[in-house]
Each structure stands twice: as C-alpha cells, then as structure tokens.
Design a protein around this ligand. Structure first.
Ligand code: SAM
Ligand code: SF4
Length: 333
C-alpha cells in the first residue's frame, strides 16, 4: 500500500480538516441561509472514538496537522477530550481550531491544556451592530473578550479570519490593519467564496482582496513577509514596526490549488478531497478496519481535481462538473 497521501498531480496531503459538528450558534450571512439549515441528527455525527480512528489512519499516511472546525466546534460536548486524544496520536504534530470565538473565552485554558496549539477566530466587523447583522445575532464583546483571553494565555499565533463582503465590511479593512500594530495578532482577510448555494448573494457581494489592498494607503505601506514554514494559502504582510501581521487569502481571484495539501472530513463521516466540488466519500463504514480505512483515505484522492472553478463561475462560464451543495457550515471552511 502507498504510504503517503499523494494525488495524481503529485500534491502531498499532510493536513486534515475535521468538522466536528454542523451545528452553530451563529448564522453568518456568507455561510448559511437566514433560516439556517437542518442540522444532522446526533447519531449521524462521528463519535470521538471514530474521529480518533480516522486520525490514526491518516497519521500513518503522513498527515501531520489537524484542524478542528464546524459548524461551531466549541458547541460540541467533550471538545477538550477529543483534542487530547488527537494530540496524542503518534505523528500528529499540530492541532488547531477554527472558531467564532463566542464560547472560547471560558474554554481556552482547557483546550490548550488538552493540546491545542493554535486558534483562528472569525471576526468580520469591529462594530457591534454590524457584527450582529453579519453574524445574524452575534455578540462582538464576547469574541473580543475571547481574543483577549487567548492573548493573556500567551497563545501564539492568534489568527483572526475576516471574510470581506461588499456593502458590509470592506470599509473596515484599515481598522483591522490597525489591530495588528500593537497586538501580536495575525489578521487574515478571506475572499467570499460561492459555496453551498450562496451564488446569488456571492455575485453581488464578492470583493477581490488585491483591489481592497491597493485602495488602502495603509495597506500599500505594508511589507510582504516570507511564507511561514507551515505554508498555507495566505500571503502575509507587516505594517512597518507593527507587532502583528496580516494576510490575504484569495481563492477566487488567484487560486492556490497547485499547493493544496488538505483533505476534509465532514461531521457525518464523508471525506471531501476539494472544498468546492461535490465529490465525497463515505468512510464511516470502514472505521474498525484500519487497513480499509487507510485504503479509503488513499482512494479519496484518486479523483481530486487539479483546481476549483470559482473564477469560471464568476465569469458565468460552464463548469466542468458539479459544485457541492453543502453549506460552508456543513463542510468546515
Ligand atoms: N464556526 C467557525 C468559524 O466561523 O470560525 C468554524 C467554521 S466556519 C465554516 C470556518 C471559516 O469559514 C470561518 O472563518 C468563516 O468565516 C469561513 N467562511 C464561511 N463561509 C464562507 C464563505 N462563503 N466564503 C469564505 N469564507 C467562509
Ligand atoms: Fe457558524 Fe462559522 Fe458559519 Fe458563522 S462561519 S455561521 S460561525 S459555521
């Protein structure tokens, strides 16, 4: 058996993003419809035992980095225990979390004690009313308090994810850059992606990040940084003398598929080789048989396409096959 997750284009996969729940305590306008989505019944979600087994099999195939996401991962009961189990799997050297931060303040110390190494917190506005509007009900003060808590705990790096949405928050670009001046924070701006039936809103609200950077005098003064060792899709910059940095993640205007190193596992046990396309592989049935599970992980890469087609979708061109109908909250971002 092949011992590494290498696809037909030679891309080595050492990163698994695991959605631990599709449930969420927010309804961000770029992620879910206003009426929400029907949540999976609890018995459909992979258990901690099952997730650990998948991680063990993946680690034997060279996966080194795990990111827990959702839905909102902090609403899953027993998250610290799950992190502890994943962090102790031989071969796993990095366990990270993406969260909306609402519940993180009270949990951060426990999560880090359990073995969490890094956290990304999503925050799309620094204005309480606008934040509430974009997240459909979120309390900004709770997210800011969680960020403070993580800074106090000395966690590093703390990354803030900001999806720029035209007509909502693009005027806060400089405010987010200012956050990086005297705080050890990394702000990452993310382009709005057309995932899971959000196409109509997307065409209206998508904004290319380069365009926003060049429109900002502050942003233009920033200095590009070398790519961090762990790679990743962001291009990083620093404002001269700032303690923190900022990054641009522009999957639509300039895709980074040629360096894709990630596989995704949904909360109901499907492997997704690409965020954009509908292809997915049910692997729950192989849990309990490590050899079969490793085989399924390897096979899931067989059909991994070279790239997504968000830019084609933008320009109204025919797509080569079917995009996913899962929402971001059902995939994990
Ligand atoms: N609930 C957690 C959170 O919001 O951080 C984790 C799950 S969320 C799906 C993961 C990331 O995907 C978040 O940073 C969110 O902002 C981002 N996201 C969701 N929908 C998106 C979209 N249509 N385009 C770009 N990013 C999106
Ligand atoms: Fe929930 Fe995260 Fe989606 Fe917002 S982006 S609705 S917090 S899953």
């Amino acid at each position: 058996m092949e011992t590494r997750l290498v696809d037909r284009y030679g891309r080595v996969h050492d990163y698994l993003r695991i959605s631990v729940t599709d449930r969420c305590n927010l309804r961000c306008l770029y992620c879910m419809p206003a009426e929400g989505v029907e949540f999976m019944p609890h018995n459909k979600l992979l258990t901690n035992d099952e997730i650990e087994e998948v991680v063990r099999a993946a680690a034997k195939l060279g996966v080194r980095k795990i990111r827990l996401t959702g839905g909102e991962p902090t609403v899953r009961a027993g998250l610290p225990q799950l992190i502890k189990r994943i962090a102790s799997v031989p071969g796993i050297i990095d366990v990270a979390l993406t969260t909306n931060g609402l519940l993180l303040g009270n949990m951060a110390a426990d999560l880090y004690e359990a073995g969490l190494q890094r956290v990304n917190i999503s925050i799309d506005s620094l204005q309480p009313e606008r934040f509430k509007q974009m997240t459909r009900g979120g309390d900004l003060s709770k997210v800011l308090a969680s960020i403070e808590k993580c800074v106090q705990l000395g966690l590093s790096p703390i990354k803030l994810n900001v999806v720029l949405v035209r007509g909502y928050n693009e005027d806060e670009f400089d405010d987010f850059l200012r956050l990086t001046i005297d705080r050890p924070l990394t702000v990452r701006f993310i382009e709005y992606m057309p995932i899971g039936g959000r196409q109509a809103d997307w065409k209206h609200n998508y904004i290319a990040l380069e365009e926003r950077l060049h429109a900002s005098q502050f942003g233009r003064a920033a200095v590009p940084l070398a790519k961090p060792d762990h790679g990743g899709p962001a291009e990083y910059y620093r404002i001269p003398d700032a303690l923190g940095s900022f990054g641009l993640i522009h999957p639509v205007s300039e895709h980074f598929c040629d360096t894709c190193n990630r596989l995704r596992l949904t909360a109901d046990g499907f492997l997704k080789p690409c965020l954009y396309w509908s292809d997915e592989f049910q692997i729950r049935r192989y849990i309990g048989d490590e050899h079969a599970l490793m085989n399924a992980l390897l096979r899931s890469l067989d059909a991994k396409p070279l790239n997504h087609e968000m830019a084609r979708e933008w320009s109204g061109q025919q797509l080569s096959h079917e995009p996913t109908t899962r929402t971001m909250s059902q995939i994990g971002g």
